[in-house]
Design a protein around this ligand. Structure first.
Ligand code: ADP
Ligand code: ZN
Length: 708
C-alpha cells in the first residue's frame, strides 16, 4: 500500500520520498484507522491526507479553518492535476449549489470546507448523500479551548461524524502537542481508537535567535539591508505597532505590506496577495496573518515583540523555510513585551483557570528569551521531543561569537541615578538626568543639582535607554507594571554598586550577508513570475524556490533530467516543464555549461568565443578597464564584443551604456543624420555621450547591422 502511496508522491508531487512520519500516517489512514498526526508547521501535513484522498474511492472532505488559505490550496492541487474545490462564504448561493452538484457527481477527489458549514442543517444533509471516504481535519487544535486558536465551530465536527450513516475514516492534524490539546482532539472530534503519530518537532533548516540587548529598530534596519532580496514576515503584537513599524519601514525605502484585523477586507487581501506573488518582500503583521499561508519561500520570520506563548511562537516562526531551504527565526525581546502580554491576558480572558494557564505559558516564553542553553533544545524539550542533543550548532546560543564588554561603570552610574531619584521614575527621565538634559521637568524637580546629573553626557539619551534595557533584561533592574512603569533596583544591582559584581554586555559581530543568488535563479524566478501573472496563481504554487534552486544546481536539459528535479511532478512538467527547459538550455548554451553538470563558480571554458567571454566578465560586474587589463584588449574592442553579443541574441542591458536622459536625443540625431557614420553623431553630442552610448542606442533599436 505504501508503495502505491510513494508512487503517487513521485508522480503528482515530484518528491522522491516521504518525510519523517508521513509514510506511517498515510499507511494508518489507508488501513482504515482513525489517525491523529502531530507534526510541526511546515512538516508536510497536507500530503498526509491528500495522498489517501487520491488512493481511496469517493470523496475526502477537508475541514480547514481559514477561508483565505483554501483558494491557495485548491490552486495548488489543481496545478498538480488533482480535482478539488472549496466551499466557503466567498461563494454565492448558486456557486455553492453548483459545487455540491459536482461533488455529488463525483467530480472532485477533495472538497475543502470551513467548519461553520457544518452548523447549517441543510448543508449537513447535502453532505450526507455524498460518498465520503475520509474526513480530514486540519488545524485540529482549534477544537480545544486549551489550544491557542479556539474555534467554537470545530465543536460541530464530532456530532456531524456521528450523524453520518457510513462513518468515514477520520484523520486529524495539528502542530500542537500538549497533553490537554491531544486529549481534547481525540474526545471532542470523537476519534475512534486512533493511531497517534507524533513526529519530532525539529525543523532542521531553521535557525533560532533571540536579540535582547539591542535597539529593535536598529537591528531591523541592519538585518533588512543585509537581506534585501529575501521574503520575510515581521510579527508585531498590536495593530498600532504594526501601523507604526510599517510606516517606519516605508519611510526607510522598503516596500512593505501590512496586515492586521483592523484593516478592511480588501486591504488585507490585496496586501496578502502582493506578498504571495512576490510583489513585496516584507510583510509586517499581527498574528492575524499567516494561518495557512503556504508561501514556501519565506526566508525569515522576525518577532518584533515576544509572543504570548511557545505554541504561537513556533507556529509563526515555522512559516519560514517551508521549502526546506534555510530560514531564520529571530525574536526581538524587550522588557515591555512582558507587560504587554500580561495586559492582553487580563483583557481577553476571564476564567481564572485559563488565566493562570496563560500566565504559565507566558513565563516559558520569557524564559526562552533569557535561557543560556541551546534555543532549539529549549523549544524541543518544551514540545516533548526526547533525546534532544544539548547543542544544535544552528542557534543564537550555539553560534554565539559575541564578545563581552565590561559595562560595570556605566551600570553603576545608572543604578546610582535610580537611587538618587528614589526609584520613582521611568527610563526616559533617568536617561535625561544622566545625559544632563536641560528639559523643564528636570529643572522643576531640581534633578539638575543631583550628583548624577550629566554623568553620562557623552552618550545619547537613546544609548542610555538601550543600556537600561540591557540591565532590565539581565535582571539588575525591575520595571514596575502599569501605565507609567518606574525603575526599581534588584538586589544584584546593589552588589554591583558595592563593587561586588561586574556587569558584562554581549556585543554581536555583524552577521554575514546571505549568499547572493546566481543569475540563472533570477531568470527562473522571472519566468515563474510571468507564468504566475498569466495564470493568477502565486509563484510558489508553480514551483517552490527549492525546485528552482535545484535547476540551477543541475542544469536539467531534457525531460528525464527535469523530472528528476525535486518538486517536478508529471503534471507540472506537462504544464511548465518545457518553458523552464528552454530557458535553461539557452542559458547553458550561452555560458557553455554542459548538461547535468554542477556549475563551476565561474563557468568560462576555453572554447567560448572571445566576445562572449567579455560579456560574461562584464556580467560578473567587472568594468571595461578591468577586463581590458585582464585580457590585454583595447576598451573599444570590448565595446564591440558587447554589441556583437547583443546582436547575436545574448541578453544585454543596453541602458547600462546610455547616460540617463540622452536616449531621445541620440535617437533624434540618428534620425536626422542617418546611421552610416558614427562620428558626425558623436560630434553633435555633449561629452557624456561616448561612442558606446551611440552604439548601444543603435543596437537597442536594431537600427544598424553589425559591424558599424
Ligand atoms: P504543514 O501543513 O505541515 O505546515 P505543508 O503540507 O504545507 O506543511 O508542507 C510544507 C512544504 O513541504 C510544502 O511546500 C510541501 O510541498 C513540502 N513537502 C511535503 N512533503 C514533502 C516531501 N515528502 N518531500 C519534499 N517536500 C515535501
Ligand atoms: Zn543550538
Amino acid at each position: 500500500m505504501l508503495h502505491k502511496a510513494e508512487e503517487t508522491l513521485r508522480k503528482y508531487y515530484g518528491y522522491p520520498s516521504f518525510r519523517e512520519g508521513q509514510g506511517n500516517i498515510i499507511n494508518s489512514i489507508l488501513t482504515g484507522r482513525d489517525t491523529l498526526g502531530i507534526m510541526p508547521t511546515g512538516g508536510g501535513k497536507s500530503v498526509c491526507f491528500q495522498i489517501p484522498a487520491l488512493l481511496l474511492p469517493g470523496l475526502t472532505l477537508v475541514i480547514s479553518p481559514l477561508i483565505s488559505l483554501m483558494k491557495d490550496q485548491i490552486d495548488a492541487l489543481n496545478s498538480l492535476g488533482i480535482p478539488a474545490a472549496f466551499i466557503n462564504s466567498s461563494l454565492d448561493r448558486r456557486q455553492v449549489e453548483e459545487r455540491i452538484r459536482e461533488a455529488l457527481k463525483g467530480k472532485y477527489k477533495l472538497l475543502y470546507l470551513a467548519p461553520e458549514r457544518l452548523e447549517t442543517p441543510q448543508f449537513r444533509a447535502a453532505l450526507k448523500s455524498m460518498n465520503i471516504s475520509l474526513l480530514a481535519i486540519d488545524e485540529a487544535h482549534c477544537v480545544s479551548q486549551w489550544g491557542h486558536d479556539f474555534r467554537p465551530s470545530y465543536r460541530a465536527i464530532g456530532p456531524f461524524i456521528k450523524e453520518l450513516v457510513k462513518r468515514p475514516i477520520v484523520a486529524a492534524f495539528t502542530a500542537t502537542a500538549t497533553e490537554e490539546v491531544t486529549q481534547d482532539i481525540i474526545h471532542l472530534l470523537a476519534l475512534d481508537n486512533p493511531k497517534v503519530y507524533v513526529t519530532g518537532f525539529n525543523r532542521e533548516n531553521l535557525s533560532f535567535g533571540v536579540i535582547r540587548n539591542q535597539d529593535k529598530k536598529d537591528f531591523l534596519l541592519s538585518y533588512l539591508s543585509d537581506n534585501r532580496d529575501q521574503a520575510g514576515i515581521i510579527y508585531a503584537a498590536t495593530r498600532k505597532e504594526v501601523e507604526q513599524l510599517h510606516a517606519f519601514l516605508c519611510k526607510k525605502g522598503y516596500s512593505t505590506g501590512k496586515y492586521h484585523a483592523g484593516l478592511r477586507d480588501e486591504e488585507r487581501s490585496a496586501s496578502q496577495e502582493a506578498f504571495l506573488y512576490d510583489d513585496i518582500r516584507i510583510m509586517v503583521a499581527t498574528n492575524a496573518f499567516g494561518m495557512g499561508i503556504d508561501k514556501s519561500n519565506v526566508r525569515y520570520v522576525i518577532h518584533y515583540n515576544m509572543p504570548k506563548n511557545m505554541e504561537a511562537y513556533y507556529q509563526e516562526a515555522g512559516r519560514a523555510g517551508r521549502d526546506g531551504d534555510s530560514g531564520e527565526c529571530i525574536l526581538l525581546f524587550g522588557p515591555q513585551d512582558i507587560q504587554l502580554q500580561k495586559f492582553l491576558i487580563e483583557q481577553s480572558i476571564s476564567s481564572p483557570e485559563r488565566k493562570s494557564n496563560e500566565y504559565k505559558k507566558l513565563q516559558v516564553m520569557v524564559d526562552y528569551c533569557h535561557t543560556p542553553k541551546c534555543l532549539r533544545k529549549f523549544i524541543l524539550d518544551y514540545f516533548g521531543d526526547v533525546d534532544v542533543p544539548e547543542e544544535c550548532g544552528n542557534c543564537g546560543t550555539c553560534n554565539d561569537k559575541s564578545e563581552l564588554t565590561d559595562i560595570t561603570v556605566e551600570a553603576q552610574k545608572i543604578f546610582s541615578c535610580i537611587l538618587r531619584i528614589k526609584e520613582q521614575y521611568g527610563s526616559s527621565l533617568v536617561a535625561d538626568v544622566l545625559k544632563g538634559s536641560q528639559n523643564k521637568k528636570i529643572t522643576q524637580l531640581g534633578f539638575n543639582r543631583l550628583t548624577t546629573y550629566g554623568l553620562m553626557k557623552d552618550y545619547t539619551a537613546k544609548e542610555i535607554k538601550d543600556l537600561i534595557n540591557v540591565l532590565i533584561s539581565d535582571g539588575f533592574i525591575r520595571m514596575t507594571e502599569g501605565q507609567y512603569p518606574v525603575l526599581k533596583l534588584q538586589p544584584r544591582a546593589i552588589e554591583v554598586l558595592k563593587g561586588e559584581e561586574k556587569v558584562w554586555q554581549k556585543v554581536q559581530p555583524r552577521q554575514q550577508k546571505a549568499a547572493a543568488n546566481n543569475a540563472l535563479f533570477e531568470l527562473l524566478r522571472q519566468l515563474r513570475k510571468e507564468i504566475s501573472q498569466i495564470e493568477k496563481i502565486p509563484p510558489y504554487v508553480i514551483f517552490p524556490d527549492s525546485t528552482l534552486q535545484e535547476m540551477c544546481r543541475y542544469y536539467p536539459q531534457d525531460r528525464a533530467a527535469m523530472l528528476s528535479i525535486k518538486g517536478m511532478g508529471e503534471v507540472k512538467f506537462e504544464r511548465y516543464g518545457n518553458r523552464f527547459l528552454e530557458l535553461i538550455q539557452r542559458y547553458a548554451e550561452e555560458k557553455g555549461v554542459p548538461a547535468h553538470s554542477v556549475p563551476a563558480s565561474s563557468p568560462q571554458p576555453k572554447e567560448l568565443p572571445s566576445h562572449v567571454i567579455t560579456l560574461n566578465m562584464y556580467r560578473e560586474g567587472k568594468s571595461f578597464q578591468d577586463i581590458a587589463r585582464e585580457r590585454n584588449l583595447k576598451p573599444v574592442t570590448l565595446q564591440d564584443h558587447i554589441i556583437r553579443c547583443g546582436l547575436e541574441g545574448h541578453e544585454v542591458e543596453w541602458d547600462d551604456f546610455i547616460p540617463e536622459g540622452f536616449e531621445e536625443l541620440i535617437l533624434a540625431k540618428i534620425k536626422e543624420l542617418g546611421a552610416e557614420k558614427l562620428k558626425p553623431i558623436k560630434e553633435e553630442m555633449p561629452d557624456e555621450v561616448d561612442y558606446m552610448a551611440i552604439k548601444a542606442v543603435l543596437s537597442k533599436y536594431r537600427l544598424q547591422a553589425w559591424p558599424f
